[in-house]
Design a protein around this ligand. Structure first.
Ligand SMILES: *[C@@H]1O[C@H](CO)[C@@H](O)[C@H](O)[C@H]1NC(C)=O
Ligand SMILES: *[C@@H]1O[C@H](CO)[C@@H](O)[C@H](O)[C@H]1NC(C)=O
Ligand SMILES: *[C@@H]1O[C@H](CO)[C@@H](O)[C@H](O)[C@H]1NC(C)=O
Length: 307
């Protein structure tokens, strides 16, 4: 009886019969087994990043982002120096990392837009369509007006591309969706749409738009200006939209304001109860164009009117 009980007890603790060496062997074996299973899963089940036809996120994207953010907040507009660029970067990334880059929504960027608040003074907003370069030259010389790219988020993102991938929390440095890939809800397009919307919603007073008179449709409905910005102007805050249609130096006709494209814009704006005016070759901008063409007849002093 006593014997039986004894063997019962020892049978409950079979481990005690294993030598220390055997236990170590078993432990090491188990670790090796788990490690090899994990390795096999990683090797045989690779969720390779999606491959796109467009240019990838540039190398050093995060450094570019941070550098531009610091230049803007510490040097260009020190009144914004309390903005935390590292936090802006991490909030920005959270909008699109680990996600399918064709499935980004406006809500994804909402935390970023809430984080970075910037008010543009009334009467100082300049929209542009197909005239980005000249618009930037103008605001840079003029000093007090803002295009979207003169605001912090626009300044940081100008001319950059970026995307993430569902298989990694890193950015995709190999490729990103190309415009031809039927992927309209990609991180870059959605970003610009959202910040353009915010830029227009918060504009006030008299706002301006620079349009390009080289096109038969200086007002293009599918542009960001035509499809996002005009529609999001708030009539309670904006009382007038002034269009400046700029023609290249030496280009003949300069009466786009009376054309059907500008008329279409006029109707849309007036329907919102916002006044509208249009000027071909707005003089202060013309001066900027003339810096590079001082000898052209239309740039000579005294020949401004009618040129
Ligand atoms: C896109 O996102 C929505 C909502 O986040 C989700 O329901 C849908 O399945 C996603 N589609 C793809 C193709 O990932
Ligand atoms: C108008 O667009 C053309 C073609 O993109 C460009 O070369 C020109 O500089 C633009 N003009 C203005 C005034 O922006
Ligand atoms: C403009 O956008 C509309 C609606 O998104 C689209 O149906 C149309 O094809 C576009 N037009 C051009 C010229 O791209």
């Amino acid at each position: 009886m006593a014997n039986y009980e004894f063997s019962q007890v020892s049978g409950d603790r079979p481990c005690c019969h294993l030598s220390r060496k055997a236990k170590i062997c078993l432990g090491v074996g188990l670790v090796v087994l788990i490690a090899s299973v994990v390795t096999v899963v990683i090797v045989l089940w690779p969720r390779a990043p999606m491959v796109w036809k467009g240019k990838p996120t540039p190398k050093h994207f995060s450094e570019l982002f941070l550098g531009r953010c610091l230049v803007y907040t510490q040097i260009l507009r020190p009144e914004m120096s309390d903005h935390d660029c590292k936090k802006i970067l991490s909030t920005f990334k959270r909008a699109f990392v680990s996600k399918n880059p064709c499935n980004i929504t406006g809500e994804d960027y909402e935390p970023l837009i809430k984080l970075v608040t910037q008010t543009v003074p009334c009467d100082k907003t300049l929209f542009w369509s197909k005239s980005k370069h000249l618009a930037h030259q103008y605001t840079s010389v003029q000093g007090k007006m803002f295009t979207l790219e003169d605001t912090l988020l626009g300044y940081i993102a100008d001319d950059l591309k970026w995307c993430g991938d569902p298989s990694t929390s890193d950015l995709n440095y190999d490729s990103c969706p190309h415009w031809s890939e039927n992927c309209p809800n990609n991180p870059v397009t959605v970003f610009w749409k959202e910040i353009s919307k915010k830029f227009a919603e918060t504009a006030c007073g008299v706002v301006q738009v620079m349009l390009n008179g080289s096109f038969s449709e200086p007002f293009y409905k599918n542009s960001t200006f035509g499809s996002v910005e005009v529609l999001n102007l708030d009539p309670n805050k904006v009382h007038k939209l002034q269009a400046w249609v700029m023609h290249n130096i030496g280009a003949g006709s300069s009466n786009s304001c009376s054309g059907s494209s500008i008329n279409e814009l006029k109707l849309i704006v007036q329907k919102k109860n916002i006044a509208f005016s249009c000027q071909d070759n707005y003089r202060p901008v013309r001066f900027v164009q003339c810096v590079k063409n001082p000898e052209h007849p239309s740039c000579r002093f005294g020949t401004w009117f009618g040129s």
